[in-house]
Design a protein around this ligand. Structure first.
Ligand code: APR
Ligand code: PHB
Length: 389
């Protein structure tokens, strides 16, 4: 087969790129190793910057988001049993939208199907060839048959464990990583959220987060040790521990129930450079991971795609490769700022097993400074709502 751009991965990055290119008249073929249902079965975060919302609109996948998404003008941070509100709207004029990543992925899949653009699910053993040539080729197996697609460019949107980054010779790739000594135990429950806005909690027993998917479905997280298992945390134990970490009013308002999903996720900061190898371009989790404390994962995938789609459209519409040349540096400049913000939020809000008395005093002083300084709150707010593209 032959196409212009092969997209590997049907997560938000790959689907968003597919929409923006197809709508610009550029042909794409999307390959995904899993089935559609499997991809939609993954529970992921759900806080969207205004830039990501605008891109979903441009991709023709924003209608349900505007109907069902929750616009938040601020968030709360709790410390020593007291909640402090960070007013994004007053400090930056901007807001965020709470809308599950799974829902955004479903909307993008529907939008692609509506365009009739080709997607091959359960495409196995995807491999990339001749990436440094003008005619890269992508191979995959489906229903026991082998296929090959010739193209101009390959977009590696296949996440952290994908084949794309692994197709770049090690000597051409530089990686940066920080693995945190704890995880997030998360549950999903069909109960009204404990509060209108998200609550990030720094507590002596560890971090906690109160989030939501709607006004009837809530998402809660507890910092846990990496050697713990979901089986160690029956629902009652989870609710009891969460209530202990919340301020008295939130603990009183907490509506508990049977969890419909429960999982533990490790926390990691990771960046791979460069985000290009010949005619292979990495985007999203294939090139970078952030700890979820800053709610930046999906939003970074979106900004990568804003840059990469514009560069590819410039290539096909104006015959200029200037955008493709600049893509890695441009994307990494925004990525490293979001990596810093996510690392800083993680440092400030979690209990580190090895932390000394001095470390804890530093954390306390950081939070006291944040709560007493409009400048510090503005810095947090402008990063949380999303730095300019
Ligand atoms: N061949 C084909 N598809 C693959 C392969 C492969 N070898 N390896 C992985 N994939 C698919 C995965 O099954 C997945 O559906 O690539 C897709 C990658 O999607 P995501 O992991 O969602 O990555 P991305 O689109 O970059 O979205 C980043 O996802 O994990 C969250 O917090 C993260 O919000 C961020 C967002
Ligand atoms: C979530 O709703 O799952 C969520 C929200 C904010 C975060 C992380 C996760 O920082």
């Amino acid at each position: 087969m032959r196409t212009q751009v092969v997209i590997v991965g049907s997560g938000p990055a790959g689907l968003l790129l597919g929409q923006l290119l197809e709508k610009a008249g550029i042909a794409t073929i999307l390959l995904e190793q899993k089935s559609k249902d499997y991809v939609l079965g993954r529970i992921r975060a759900g806080v969207l910057e205004q830039g990501a919302v605008a891109l979903l609109d441009e991709a023709g996948a924003g209608a349900r988001l505007h109907r069902e998404g929750l616009v938040h003008e601020g968030t709360e941070i709790a410390f020593s049993g007291v909640r402090h509100r960070i007013d994004f709207k007053a400090l930056t004029g901007k807001t965020v939208t709470v809308y599950g990543q799974t829902e955004a992925t479903r909307d993008l899949m529907d939008a692609r199907a509506a365009l009739g653009a080709p997607s091959i699910y359960e495409a196995l053993d995807v491999s990339l060839h001749d990436l440094e040539s003008e005619r890269p080729r992508v191979r995959y197996a489906k229903d026991g048959k082998n296929f090959e697609i010739a193209c101009d460019h390959v977009a590696g949107c296949d996440g952290f464990h994908g084949v794309s980054r692994r197709s770049i010779p090690e000597e051409r790739l530089r990686t940066y990583e920080r693995v945190y000594p704890f995880g997030w135990l998360g549950i999903l429950v069909d109960k009204p959220p404990v509060s209108e806005e998200l609550i990030y909690v720094n507590h002596a027993r560890g971090f906690a987060l109160c989030s939501m998917r709607s006004m009837t479905r809530s998402r809660y997280y507890l910092q846990c040790r990496l050697d713990e298992h979901v089986e160690d945390w029956p629902d009652d134990k989870f609710w009891e521990e969460l209530a202990r970490r919340l301020d008295p009013e939130a603990a009183k308002n907490l509506q508990t129930g049977a969890s419909i999903e429960k999982s533990i996720a490790p926390l990691r900061s990771f960046v791979a450079e460069p985000m290009r190898y010949g005619n292979l371009f990495l985007a999203g989790d294939a090139a970078h991971i952030v700890p979820p404390t800053g709610a930046k994962g999906l939003n970074l995938a979106a900004s990568d795609i804003a840059y990469l789609s514009a560069a590819l459209i410039e290539r096909y519409k104006k015959g200029s490769s200037a955008g493709l040349e600049a893509y890695p540096q441009k994307a990494l400049a925004r990525i490293w700022k979001a990596e810093r913000f996510s690392w800083w939020m993680t440092q400030m809000l979690h209990r580190f097993p090895e932390s000394s008395g001095f470390d804890q005093k530093m954390q306390g002083a950081e939070l006291d400074y944040l709560f007493s300084s409009k400048a510090a709150q503005t810095a947090l707010a402008e990063n949380y709502v999303g730095l300019p593209y």
